[in-house]
Design a protein around this ligand. Structure first.
Ligand SMILES: NC(=O)c1ccc[n+]([C@@H]2O[C@H](COP(=O)([O-])OP(=O)(O)OC[C@H]3O[C@@H](n4cnc5c(N)ncnc54)[C@H](O)[C@@H]3O)[C@@H](O)[C@H]2O)c1
Length: 444
């Protein structure tokens, strides 16, 4: 069966099944065939290259086309594919050629790892041309763009998976397993965040930023100049959303956000560059610590912290808490009523072993060295396996929208003095009956 027919068949079946209605039972095995999955890449900087290397380790995927306006990065990526024994893919370097790439009829999906401002339009372009979308975080920067992703995926029937790798961390998957087994009782509260000193990335070694200064410093730093809010909520909120059944029996209802003053980046430049450094006077907008509190339809609260400008070690700061117990990642400890001594913490390790996800146990070897402690293998694997089976992805467009929209809503709340801001219901009511699609013990 030709690829074109396969894709048409997929579009018909997935449109009929309707997206977001759970892992559709359609064609789980019927649609599976032995041909390789064909992928294109949009953006092969640091993250895109890491995805490319991971994909080239698989023997069930071919890379057919790559776009990057940076010819050095593009050439490196094309060579990597050739060195892996595959044919040299077609290279594109004009930004607008993402349409041409998506129009190719020899691709099943695209992996998008371009700067944030291109994500929505590239994902929409790919869905409109029948390509599965694997989209780096965040999926969109505005409420309107989140809706556009949702509407496009619904209209075309094509899945859009935000490649939120942290959902596949071994510990947060064990916690998900524990949540679903009821160890925490009824969930009450969670904490998470992106607490990562970003100064080594958002400045080059001369403390410069802007076009031509390197990779991330050329595009990401400007967000600190223009926006006051949580730019990067999805690494923290993704796992929490799975624990709390968001979009599947629960939903985010509202948030409030507050920020501190913005002193960290100025202080960093003064400390390392001196008072006379040309960037010492820059007026940064993003507060050093942005704290967002989300309330859910089922009555939980979630505190999300964005802390990327001050000197600090990395931490995602997870906490899961219910009527029967608590896990705190930074303590590496749990307390479970009926198992733990009253008022005492227990080491998490014992629970990690007991509730380790089947997925991790099965793929531990393949995950080794795949990036970010192994979790990157799983997020790519889920994307590729969904394409092979022609089924919806285990993180869908509603997840992408609900997790990404925290950024613009936090900006709005801060601009309004910490006022509550309502979340849109991207599922248009389907969250009430939607079933789980993400499993710690699933097949992929
Ligand atoms: N999930 C994770 O753990 C993780 C880690 C790092 C980065 N990211 C995400 O990956 C994305 C890329 O980040 P990065 O660190 O690789 O940045 P980067 O600057 O290293 O790479 C971006 C690449 O995109 C290219 N590019 C610019 N405009 C483009 C366009 N219009 N179309 C296609 N390519 C274009 C650039 O030339 C560059 O090669 C971001 O969304 C970032 O948030 C995710």
């Amino acid at each position: 069966m030709g690829k074109k027919i396969d894709r048409k068949e997929f579009l018909r079946t997935s449109a009929v099944a309707g997206l977001g209605l759970s892992v559709a039972p359609f064609s789980i095995l019927k649609g599976k065939d032995d041909r390789k999955v064909a992928l294109g890449f949009l953006g092969v900087g640091s993250r895109g290259t890491s995805h490319l290397r991971g994909i080239l380790n698989r023997d069930d995927v071919e890379v057919k086309a790559i776009l990057d306006p940076d010819k050095k990065n593009l050439d490196r990526a094309l060579k990597l594919v050739e060195q892996s024994g595959q044919e040299r893919p077609e290279g594109y370097f004009r930004k607008e050629d993402y349409i041409k790439l998506c129009e190719r009829d020899d691709l099943d999906g695209v992996i998008i790892s371009s700067p944030w401002e291109y994500h929505t339009r590239q994902a929409v372009g790919a869905m409109e041309r029948g390509k599965y979308v694997g989209l780096e975080v965040p999926a969109a920067l505005t409420v309107e763009d989140c809706w556009e992703l949702v509407h496009t995926s619904e209209r075309t029937g094509v899945p859009c998976m935000m490649l939120e790798n942290v959902c596949y961390r071994r510990d947060v998957m064990a916690i998900l397993h524990m949540v679903r087994e009821g160890l925490f009782g009824e969930m009450i509260h969670a904490r998470c965040g992106y607490q990562h000193q970003m100064t080594p990335y958002i400045f080059n070694d001369k403390l410069e930023f802007g076009p031509g200064t390197g990779s991330v410093s050329s595009w990401r730093t400007k967000h600190y100049l223009k926006r006051n809010g949580d730019h990067y909520p999805t690494h923290g909120i993704g796992p929490v959303a799975h624990w709390l059944d968001i979009n599947r029996g629960n939903r985010f209802v509202k948030l409030t956000s507050n920020s501190t003053k913005a002193k960290g980046l100025e202080n960093h430049i003064e400390y390392y560059g001196g008072k006379d450094h040309p960037n010492e006077e820059v007026d940064w907008k993003t507060g050093d610590i942005v704290t967002t509190t989300i309330t859910t339809a089922n009555g939980e609260t979630i505190i999300v912290t964005f802390d990327t400008s001050l000197p600090r070690p990395y931490s995602l700061g997870f906490r899961a808490q219910g009527t029967n117990g608590i896990w705190e990642m930074e303590r590496d400890a749990v307390h479970i009523r009926g198992r733990s001594e009253p008022h005492r913490w227990e080491e998490f390790d014992k629970y990690q072993k007991e509730f380790d996800s089947e997925l991790w146990k099965r793929h531990e070897r393949e995950a080794e060295g795949s990036g970010h402690g192994g979790m990157d293998f799983f997020v790519r694997n889920a994307f590729v396996e969904s394409i092979k089976r022609k089924v919806p992805t285990p993180q869908d467009v509603y997840d992408a929208a609900a997790w990404s929209v925290i950024a613009p809503l936090s900006e709005q709340s801060i601009a309004e003095g910490g006022a509550p801001v309502q979340f849109p219901d991207f599922t248009s009511g389907k969250w009430i009956n939607n079933k789980q699609i993400f499993y710690p013990n699933g097949e992929y």
